[in-house]
Design a protein around this ligand. Structure first.
Ligand SMILES: Nc1ncnc2c1ncn2[C@@H]1O[C@H](COP(=O)(O)OP(=O)(O)O)[C@@H](O)[C@H]1O
Ligand SMILES: [Mg+2]
Length: 329
C-alpha cells in the first residue's frame, strides 16, 4: 500500500516537474516568437519607409539584440541604396543642366533661322510682285522668249515663297499655340483656289492636277491654316511625282467626317519610313536632289490635329501615295 502511494507521489512529482519545465519552455518560445514578430515588423516598417522615399530610415539595432549582424546587413544594404540614389540625383542634375543648355542652343538656332527667313521673305515677295508686273506687260510688251524666261523665274519664286512660309509658320507654332479662326468654308472653292495658286509649280514640272468632289458644302475650319495644309500636301505630291504624271485630288464625306485625298503616282514611301514622315525635320528630299525642310508634314499634322482631325497615309510600292486629310464636321 505504502509502495503504491510512494509511486503515485513520485509520478505526480515527475509530472509536476515536466509541466513546470514545459511551461517555462512555452514561455521562452512565446517570447522568441514575439521578438521575431517585432523584428519582422521593424524590417517591414523600414522597407516601406525606404520604398516611399525616406532613404534615411534604418532598422533599430536594439530590436535585433538577438541577431545583431542581421540588422547591420539590412542597414548596410539601405546605405548602399541611398548612396546610389544620391549619385543618380547628381547625374540627373548634370543631365538637366545639359538638356537646358541644348534647349537654349536649339532655341537660338531656331530664332536665327526664323529671323533670316523673315528677312528673306521681304525681297522674295518684292520679286514676286515685280515678276507678275513683268508678265502683265506693265513695263512694256515682252517677246515670247522673255515671257518664257520670266515664267520660269516666277515658278521658282513661288517655290521659295512656299518654303519661306512653311519655315515661318512652323516657328510661329513653336512659339505660341495654334489659335484657329474657324468659319464655314466651301471645301470645293478652297481646294480649287489652292490648286490655282500651285499652278506655277505644277506647270513647271508638267504635272496635271485633277480634282473630283462628291461633296458640295461648307465645313467649319480655319481657311488660312487648312490652305497651308493643302499647299504642303500638293507641294509634296508634285515633288514626289514622276515627271509628266498627274495628281488626283478627291473630296468625299461620310456621316462624321470630310475627306480630302491627294494622290501622286511614282515614288512611294517605304513601310519603315511611313511612321517618321510627320517627324520634325524628317526629309528624304536630299536623296532626290530637291529642296526640303522636313517641316511640311510636321506643320500640317499639327494644324489638322488642332481641328480635331487626322492625316492618313497610304503608299503602294512604286505605284502611288495618298495623303488624306480627315476633318470632323
Ligand atoms: N506625296 C509623297 N510621296 C512620297 N513621299 C512623300 C510624300 N509626301 C511626303 N513624303 C515623304 O515625307 C517626307 C517629309 O515630308 P515633308 O514633311 O513635307 O518634308 P519635305 O517635303 O521638306 O521633305 C519627305 O521627305 C518624303 O520622304
Ligand atoms: Mg514637303
Amino acid at each position: 500500500m505504502s509502495f503504491l502511494f510512494l509511486s503515485l507521489v513520485t509520478l505526480i512529482v515527475i509530472l509536476l516537474v515536466l509541466l513546470v519545465s514545459l511551461s517555462i519552455k512555452y514561455r521562452k518560445l512565446k517570447n522568441t516568437f514575439r521578438n521575431h514578430k517585432k523584428m519582422l515588423r521593424s524590417i517591414l516598417k523600414t522597407i516601406n519607409s525606404v520604398r516611399y522615399g525616406n532613404i534615411y530610415e534604418r532598422v533599430n539595432d536594439e530590436t535585433f539584440s538577438m541577431l545583431p549582424n542581421f540588422a547591420q546587413s539590412i542597414n548596410s544594404m539601405i546605405d548602399a541604396i541611398s548612396d546610389r540614389e544620391d549619385m543618380i540625383k547628381e547625374y540627373q542634375n548634370d543631365l538637366n543642366k545639359k538638356i537646358d543648355g541644348l534647349k537654349e542652343v536649339e532655341q537660338l538656332k531656331e530664332d536665327f533661322v526664323a529671323t533670316l527667313t523673315h528677312d528673306l521673305k521681304v525681297p522674295i515677295m518684292a520679286e514676286k510682285n515685280m515678276l507678275s508686273f513683268l508678265l502683265d506687260n506693265r513695263f512694256g510688251e515682252l517677246n515670247e522668249k522673255q515671257k518664257e524666261a520670266v515664267s520660269h523665274l516666277k515658278n521658282s519664286n513661288q517655290e521659295l515663297v512656299e518654303l519661306v512660309e512653311i519655315i515661318l509658320e512652323t516657328y510661329k507654332l513653336n512659339e505660341t499655340k495654334i489659335s484657329l479662326t474657324k468659319e464655314p468654308v466651301c471645301i470645293n472653292s478652297l481646294v480649287e483656289e489652292t490648286i490655282e495658286e500651285m499652278h506655277p509649280i505644277s506647270d513647271s514640272d508638267e504635272i496635271k492636277i485633277e480634282f473630283l468632289s462628291y461633296f458640295n458644302g461648307d465645313v467649319n475650319l480655319d481657311k488660312f491654316y487648312i490652305k497651308r495644309v493643302l499647299k504642303n500636301l500638293i507641294l509634296n505630291a508634285i515633288s514626289f511625282s514622276e515627271p509628266n504624271s498627274k495628281i488626283d485630288i478627291f473630296v468625299c464625306r461620310d456621316e462624321k467626317n470630310i475627306y480630302i485625298k491627294i494622290t501622286n503616282y511614282g515614288k512611294s514611301i517605304k513601310k519603315e519610313e511611313v511612321k517618321h514622315v510627320f517627324d520634325k525635320y524628317y526629309t528624304t528630299t536630299k536623296k532626290f536632289r530637291k529642296v526640303g525642310t522636313g517641316l511640311g508634314l510636321y506643320l500640317s499634322n499639327k494644324i489638322v490635329k488642332a481641328h480635331r482631325g487626322r492625316i492618313n497615309v497610304e503608299s503602294e510600292k512604286d505605284k502611288s501615295t495618298t495623303f488624306s486629310v480627315v476633318l470632323p464636321f
